[in-house]
Design a protein around this ligand. Structure first.
Ligand SMILES: [Zn+2]
Ligand SMILES: [Zn+2]
Length: 412
């Protein structure tokens, strides 16, 4: 599959002009053989540094792409962190293009220097278990803080399925989770458009929906046969990542469910033992949201006036270390920017969206058969915290989700 990125760019019916740094995404077997042709086609002909770690160097043995300089990093203790990346940058021998061969960490070792040097970046993913490859976001630790930082996206992505199909089951399952999250993220975005008049783009939402459909079909097949359709799964990740570039934020790809991954990374009190890879945490968030959203759909709320989060609550849930950051994030609470009565007035439409979500039983069955993590105890969270964890995680990011909107609704 070759994705023609151009068709998504330009003036859009939503009123914006969408742009993409990514010009071509190729997902197919034996594609590394054609790598030079794609580089040439896109005019990426300058001096080239290719970054690997020892694992991806070995994994691609016999297929290493041409390079003026190869950098092969020691995977031991390797972390996507500005200090480490800048140390590697001292070795760079005047590249005009940087190619990164690997998964998330190595991508940041290519993306960050390319961004700093203002040169193009090319990605050769060796795994496709998340949608970060085609996003214009870097998830490296910068100034000691782990957060998504806007950065460049790859001009070209060449995903060779002969390499990607070697992914272990855990990462396949995690990748499924990251895309099934769009059941919730798209619902949150659509509800917010309805009640808070948030910017919304049909074209981008449809692209995210398409990624979801590709992954859902592949997950059903995987559940039935145990055979992973890596082409469809990888393409779903690539499409999801592109939505972030098109919007310049992650709205289409990440809603209330993704905040569970942030919660796990932050380790607030009572969540100290939480641990899981990105997709796994997101899967737990998605399943809990599916549960919650069906429950809410069965009731009719009344509007409550907006009140800001109290310092007391934030301190209790997040502890002294994290509370100041959470308070700051909520300074301009999105819930205070629209009338909560709007939610009640649109409840029939919202209910229809929630009713259209897959049922709890359907999701649980699919998760089980795909080997996905989906319950709090799967990622080291006490099941007794299940009812609370969504409300806590909703405070991490000032984004309008149905979970956050519960604060201005009375369901009794
Ligand atoms: Zn648009
Ligand atoms: Zn994700």
């Amino acid at each position: 599959m070759i994705m023609d990125c151009e068709k998504y760019t330009g003036q859009c019916a939503c009123g914006r002009v969408h742009t993409l740094e990514t010009r071509k995404v190729v997902v197919a077997e034996k594609e590394l053989e054609n790598f030079e042709a794609y580089m040439e086609e896109l005019g990426l002909t300058g001096r080239r540094t290719v970054v690997y770690d020892q694992i991806t160097w070995k994994l691609t043995e016999g297929q290493h792409v041409k390079a003026d300089q190869n950098i092969i990093l020691d995977p031991n203790g390797l972390r996507a962190e500005d200090v480490q990346i800048e140390k590697m940058m001292e070795e760079l021998d005047h590249p005009e293009v940087i190619v990164a061969v690997g998964a998330g960490t190595i991508m940041d070792f290519g993306r960050y220097p390319a961004y700093k040097l203002g040169i193009p970046f090319v990605a050769i993913p060796t795994l496709a278990s998340s949608d970060g490859f085609t996003a214009n976001i870097c998830s490296a630790i910068i100034n000691g803080q782990k957060k998504s930082t806007p950065m460049c996206a790859p001009v070209l992505v060449v995903a060779d399925l002969d390499i990607i199909k070697g992914a272990p089951q855990r990462l396949v399952s995690s990748g499924i989770n990251d895309i099934l999250a769009k059941y919730i993220s798209l619902t949150d975005w659509r509800i917010s458009k309805l009640v808070a008049d948030e910017y919304y783009c049909d074209m981008v939402a449809n692209l995210a929906e398409h990624a979801l459909k590709l992954m859902r079909d592949a997950a059903d097949k995987y559940a039935d046969t145990g055979v992973a359709d890596h082409e469809a799964m990888t393409m779903a990740q690539m499409e999801s990542g592109l939505t972030m570039q098109l919007l310049d934020h992650s709205r289409a790809a990440s809603g209330a469910e993704h905040l569970m991954a942030h919660l796990v990374e932050m380790h607030p009190p009572r969540f100290e033992k939480a641990e899981g890879i990105h997709g796994e945490c997101v899967g737990v968030g998605t399943f809990q949201c599916i549960r919650e959203y069906h429950k809410l759909a069965a009731r009719k709320p009344k509007a409550k006036p907006f009140t800001p989060l109290t310092e007391e609550w934030v301190l209790e849930k997040f502890g002294e270390r994290l509370a100041p950051g959470v308070m700051k994030e909520n300074e301009k609470d999105v819930l205070g920017t629209f009338d909560s009565q709007n939610i009640v007035d649109h409840w029939d439409e919202i209910k229809a969206m929630l009713d259209a979500l897959p049922s709890v039983e359907e999701m649980e069955d699919l998760y089980k058969r795909c080997g996905c993590k989906y319950l709090p105890e799967h990622i080291g969270i006490d099941p007794a915290l299940a009812d609370e964890m969504l409300d806590i995680s909703a405070a991490i990011r000032n984004r309008n989700t149905l979970v956050r909107m519960k604060r201005v609704l009375d369901f009794t």
